[in-house]
Design a protein around this ligand. Sequence first.
Ligand code: ATP
Ligand code: MG
Length: 504
Amino acid sequence: MGNILEVVGVEKKYPGVVANRDVSLQVREGSIHAIIGENGAGKSTLMKTLYGLIRPDAGSIKVFGQEVSLKSPQDAIALGIGMVHQHFKLADNATVLENVILGSEPSCFGFVIKYDEARKKLLEIAETYHLDIDPDESLSNLGVGERQRVEIAKVLFRGAKILILDEPTAVLVPQEVTELFENLRDLVNKGLTVLFISHKLDEVLSIADDITIMRQGTTVVTKKPADTNKKELAELMVGGELPKPIAGVQNISKTSILSIKEASYSRLDGREILHDLNLDLHGGEILGLAGVEGNGQSELIELIMGLLSPTTGSVEVLGLDAAHTHTRDIRNAGVAYIPQDRQRDGLLMSAPLWENRILGHQFATPMANGIWVNKGAAAEDSKRVVEEFDVRTPGVNVLASALSGGNQQKFIVGRELSGDPKLIVAAQPTRGVDVGAQAIIWDHLMKARSHGVGILLISADLEELFSLSDRIAVIYSGSIVSILNPLNTSPEDLGLAMTGAKSA
Ligand SMILES: Nc1ncnc2c1ncn2[C@@H]1O[C@H](COP(=O)(O)OP(=O)(O)OP(=O)(O)O)[C@@H](O)[C@H]1O
Ligand SMILES: [Mg+2]
């Protein structure tokens, strides 16, 4: 097998940051090639360069041995390179088929879209690569795993031979990861090449044929899974030993700080999303919430934050009736919230970091100054967050959009753990962060717990649930179906409970 893709000496600078320097990469045709590295190591930058979204300052790229100049994604697509982004780019108000053809509509004389032809082609692709998708389904009905298959189909529809996936598994639950990997195997068995980024080392070791490690903007080495292990990969990424998480002190209080009783919630169309849900969380406790996405987690969070009111039942947060309390007052009472969709709910992407520090905390110290915002204090405190949470950025005046995905996440977590929260609602707190940053965030959560803070940890990462939780509640079809003790539960049992199977 020859190299389908070769990168030599690629460099990309941003003001104050060298995102890529002296990058070299050889990707074998028909292989699954993983790229790993710390947050901000330059992985997405390299992938965007290969997809023609970024023009490198120096270096060369060869596709099938030919040096190419990629000025735009159109150039990349013409050469058979397709990309699925870290944050999906699909239109919610359109069908799967419409999304797939968007931007490459097969047309007759340039104006009539040939839907039948496109549908046929999409169905062929779906069958060839065993991608489970329905062309006529509305995108708004799809979960994350399905959306990802649509993104993959979209890339294949354009004739991609090299498929680039930026952190495809970060948003998936374990069963979906297995499905995705089966799909990727199918793709390479049929001659395609897959290049993907991941922070999950176990996963990379199990699926990749080659693993390239990036550190501080450059490619360090490429390894074969058989010749390396998790510890070595982690050390190659950080350039030293990993920080060890400290175990917290257990200090669970008698008072319940979150108490949900028989809460149900139905949407306007009458569909019941939550059904007689009961949940109790005490100070000093981490309560894990496990479940396959779409079983009511988002609505449960919205009930707690006072964004939705239960149809029946009650939600009490720090002694407040959440249904009749403004979200702002819930926050001010001491509820911190780490949202799962960082770009949509967690950040103003086109605002500088210091402004993002204020977001949701306009009325809290140290930012509030009467009715005014104290910019200096916000900037000062942003610097503290950047330092404590190891956010890699040239400063607090840069825009949130200039931070790498994992560094955006670290900033949000740092902001939400500021001030003295009594309850932390943490949805996927370490999604997309590297192993070192994960250890830092876990540490902070454990510390908060030993100080008596109650934490509701909503996570798709079973390792995270097992490592942090005092109890794990399983949500299925809008109800809590079991409460498990992580010390005597196996990951398999938990997985089973998540699918709604009754525990023995
Ligand atoms: N548009 C931009 N403007 C300024 N700096 C940028 C921009 N895009 C990326 N950077 C910087 O380049 C560096 C590499 O970012 P990149 O997104 O490639 O990291 P990454 O390895 O993908 O990290 P993560 O694992 O967090 O996604 C980071 O320091 C980031 O802040
Ligand atoms: Mg990235």
